[in-house]
Design a protein around this ligand. Sequence first.
Ligand code: SF4
Ligand code: SF4
Length: 138
Amino acid sequence: MGFDCDIKICRSLCCRNCAVVTEDEAIALIGKVKKEYGLDLELKKYFRKAQGEHGHYFAVKMIKGQCIFLDKEKRCRIYRCRPKLCELYPVVDIDVVDARCPDVMKNRFSQDMLETLKKRYAIEVDERIRKEQIFCFV
Ligand code: SF4
Ligand code: SF4
């Protein structure tokens, strides 16, 4: 989700997948949210445990098909502290761009921007998360 996205069109499509983080990232996110927004997030209330082939993770909870952090106006309540996978959207894998995003369809991301996001994905997303194909909730 970007600040200037026309969410009337997409209804924040990018916030209808649960972002996955490592346990350390979940703890760091909770600390940042406390500092930035003064909100106390309880790990169990906002995250579900997820199991992959390479480790255990935490997935941001979904309510009625959308992220628990999305507000009534379809804006992220923790935008400045959002998970890396949210920050790097519409890149959803090392070399995959989500073609359903209206900003992608309208070419609002330049090729350079997408290439930068892909490079960041390869470096900044946890190595184990990058390797996972499927997450199971436990
Ligand atoms: S990044 Fe794409 S899907 Fe997400 S809010 Fe913006 S236009 Fe919508
Ligand atoms: S954390 Fe924020 S940006 Fe990420 S999916 Fe949830 S509402 Fe969207």
